[in-house]
Design a protein around this ligand. Structure first.
Ligand SMILES: [Zn+2]
Length: 493
């Protein structure tokens, strides 16, 4: 029997602000859409937190035996800096600055995004559609909205008529904004705005001469509004009504609010059954900002090449750290907190690695059944990973007691214990068994250890150039050195 049949999963729905029993549209199947990155710059750590959480949601759904279609888009058409309504779009601005093709920018940062996800052990989504690959469908949806009388054209641009939608619909249903406050800040050029009302948002914008990314449409040569692509791609791949839509909480308004209005207009039904939003991420208790220097790229955490953390941390430690906080709480990223997580992570992995050396006893002194139930109960309670981790540490305690011959597990219990612990640590949380990664090749480990010793000697000789060269060349090969109090360790990506 599939595990989902015996697990009552509850999800906190941002739309109703309550935890609700998860009931998929189609039994045994889950459709999930998560708003992906805009690929005009390097992957942002705050976004990585969001994607990492939904990676765990995806992993847990798969673990429960659901067939999951997970769609995470790539925003490559470029949305406008000023709330998708006016000004130069971000991707063409970057392209102009760097004097390269917009699609070159897109390609560069898509590759960077995938590199980050690979380093952090993400499962790829089932479909990763791009906005530029769905221009035709976006034009079709605009036509449909115009046919329903809820969009109008002015000077080659098309806007969604929010006030008219609100005569029967409920704009603000997700964000809780009142219609009079739900204003889309449009840069008003020369006191002119094409929109009928400040609440309206663009579905299509006519491109001015400077705008490089443009497509023909019945209204003008232009480009789609940002909110539209997610309505189009979620409907295309998951249907008019699907299970889960996720994103960072900053996307609730206007992005998700606009998605609901667009989709509901076309289909007449509520598009999403469970809205999930992750909270924000702070760095050293402050908002991350390039301008203040309180900023770090996800890959810089791994390399240690940054000004804000005391040393490098492994991807698995960062995953573990992320999962120690509930996704609906603010996460404060700091060197101190990561160091604490590193210790906990090492204890957990060490215990898991000891599992194979454990021999079954005659009886069990630990209730595996109850522990297992607790682990599932934590995840079934709106993916409460910090509580799950506390139960994983009960397992660590038991393993250590068995080591000291103060506890035992029967053969059946031991088998169940091993399977469950491995499943939660590696399959669900996506942690990596760093200490065993080198075991594939003892020779490789030996060579790296030798280089670590040579680097240590170089440092003692104050030959910094050589010590840096050893570190950098290993990193280029995907071997990362980590300096800690107990010496230098390494991980292989
Ligand atoms: Zn979106």
């Amino acid at each position: 029997m599939e595990l989902y049949k015996e697990n009552q999963l509850k999800i906190y729905n941002s739309l109703t602000k309550t935890k609700e029993l998860f009931k998929p549209v189609t039994e045994g199947r889950v459709g999930m859409y998560v708003c992906g990155p805009t690929v005009y710059s390097n992957a942002h750590l705050g976004n990585v937190r969001t994607f990492m959480f939904f990676d765990v949601v995806y992993r847990y759904m798969l673990h429960l035996g659901y067939k999951v279609r997970y769609v995470r888009n790539i925003t490559d058409a470029g949305h406008l800096e000023n709330d998708a309504d006016a000004g130069e779009d971000r991707i063409s601005k970057r392209a102009r600055l760097e004097e390269i093709e917009p699609m070159e920018v897109v390609q560069r940062y898509t590759v960077d995004f995938h590199d980050v996800l690979k380093n952090y052990n993400f499962l790829p989504p089932s479909i990763e559609p791009t906005a530029t690959g769905h221009i035709v469908e976006q034009i079709e949806m605009i036509k449909e909205i115009m046919d329903k009388g809820l969009a109008y054209e002015v000077n080659g641009s098309v806007y969604f008529d929010v006030l008219k939608y609100n005569e029967t619909g409920n704009y603000g249903i997700l964000s809780g904004r009142k219609i009079e406050d739900a204003i889309h800040n449009t840069r008003v050029l020369d006191g002119q705005s094409d929109k009928k009302n400040p609440q309206d948002f663009a579905l299509w914008k006519k491109a001015d001469e400077r705008h490089i990314m443009r497509w023909p449409s019945p209204w003008s040569d232009g480009f789609p509004g940002w909110h539209l692509e997610c309505s189009v791609m979620s409907t295309k791949y998951l249907g008019e009504q699907f299970d889960i839509h996720g994103g960072g909480m900053d996307l609730k308004f206007p992005h998700h609010e606009c998605e609901i209005a667009q989709s509901q207009t076309c289909s007449g039904v509520t598009p999403v059954n469970y809205w999930m939003h992750t909270n924000m991420l702070l760095l050293n208790s402050q908002k991350m900002a390039k301008s203040t220097g309180n900023y770090i790229l996800p890959n810089e955490i791994l390399s240690g090449e940054n000004e804000v953390l005391p040393k490098a941390f492994s991807a698995s430690v960062v995953r573990f750290f992320n999962m120690q906080a509930n996704y609906r709480s603010i996460l404060d990223f700091s060197g101190e907190a990561l160091e604490a997580s590193e210790k906990g992570h090492a204890k957990l992995i060490e215990a898991v690695n000891f599992l194979d050396k454990i021999e079954a006893g005659k009886t069990s002194t630990f209730s595996v059944e109850k522990w297992k139930k607790d682990c599932y109960a934590a995840m079934n309670d709106d993916f409460n990973t910090p509580v799950l981790i506390s139960h994983l540490f009960e397992a660590v305690k038991t393993i250590n007691q068995i080591k000291e011959e103060k506890a035992s597990l029967s053969a059946d219990d031991l088998a169940d214990f091993k399977t469950t612990l491995n499943a939660f640590v590696f399959d669900v949380l996506g942690l990596m068994n760093e200490s065993s990664e080198g075991n594939n090749s003892d020779k490789l480990s030996g060579v790296v250890e030798m280089l670590i010793q040579m680097r240590k000697q170089a440092r003692e000789d104050k030959n910094w150039a050589l010590s840096d060269e050893i570190r950098d060349k290993l990193l280029a090969l995907g071997i990362q050195l980590k300096d800690g109090r107990e010496g230098t360790s390494f991980s292989i990506n």
